[in-house]
Design a protein around this ligand. Structure first.
Ligand code: MD6
Ligand code: FE
Length: 201
């Protein structure tokens, strides 16, 4: 398998895994996903809307409201989640292999959106990695350890970069501190899209 460009507290990062044409094709796929299953702002446990808007593709979609974080098998409107785009599944195949993901979470960041430090732990089996794809504006990605208070390291993720949280780093705390507005021309109106692929069940 291709060696990552860098690792950050055990998280593998492939810089520029997708070229510009691949990125543009992926954005077109994601616009189709969002027109079938519109973006929404999930509520945190405290009942406040998250600053990131999201939707999903695949058998399951990630959801959150006052009763907690979970996967649901339909969009909140009742429509089925659209299938995961083929190009996205091919990226998983190249870097993770094994069982294909059954959720592709699509996060859309406005220029001022952020994602607090968290663990991805709503899946049934942490032996499966989580793969993330960045599109659009640069984002400052922070990665710590298995405890919230462990020291962290940060890297700017750019459009076309792919990161994998697997092995000992599968449950590493991570988050997005801020975007660098207008650092990419990929998305007409700015902002950032992050895809995360997971095996849920
Ligand atoms: C983001 N990423 O890049 C936030 N989760 O917008 C994540 O929360 C994430 O990059 C699991 C695995 C990789 C990730
Ligand atoms: Fe995450």
């Amino acid at each position: 398998m291709t060696e990552p460009t860098l690792t950050l507290n055990g998280v593998s990062i492939w810089k520029g895994w997708l070229n510009r044409a691949d990125q543009e094709a992926l954005v077109a796929d994601l616009r189709a996903v969002a027109s079938a299953a519109p973006l929404f702002s999930p509520l945190t446990g405290a009942g406040r809307p998250m600053s990131v808007r999201m939707t999903s593709a695949g058998r399951f979609g990630w959801y959150s409201d006052r009763s907690g974080y979970r996967y649901i098998d339909r969009h909140p409107s009742g429509v089925a989640w659209p299938p995961i785009p083929k190009a996205v599944l091919m990226i998983w195949d190249s870097l993770c292999g094994g069982r294909p993901p059954d959720c592709c979470l699509v996060n859309f960041y406005d220029p001022q959106a952020r994602m607090g430090l968290h663990q991805d732990r709503d899946e049934a089996d942490f032996a499966h990695p989580v793969l993330s794809i960045s599109l659009g504006d640069d984002a400052l990605f922070r990665v710590g350890g298995l405890a919230r208070t462990d020291p962290t390291r940060s890297v700017w993720l750019q459009s076309g970069d792919v990161a994998v949280l697997g092995g000992a780093a599968r449950l590493a705390f991570h988050g997005i501190d801020r975007l660098r507005p207008n650092s990419s021309t990929l998305l007409g109106s700015g902002g950032r899209i992050n895809l995360t692929l997971r095996v849920v069940t």
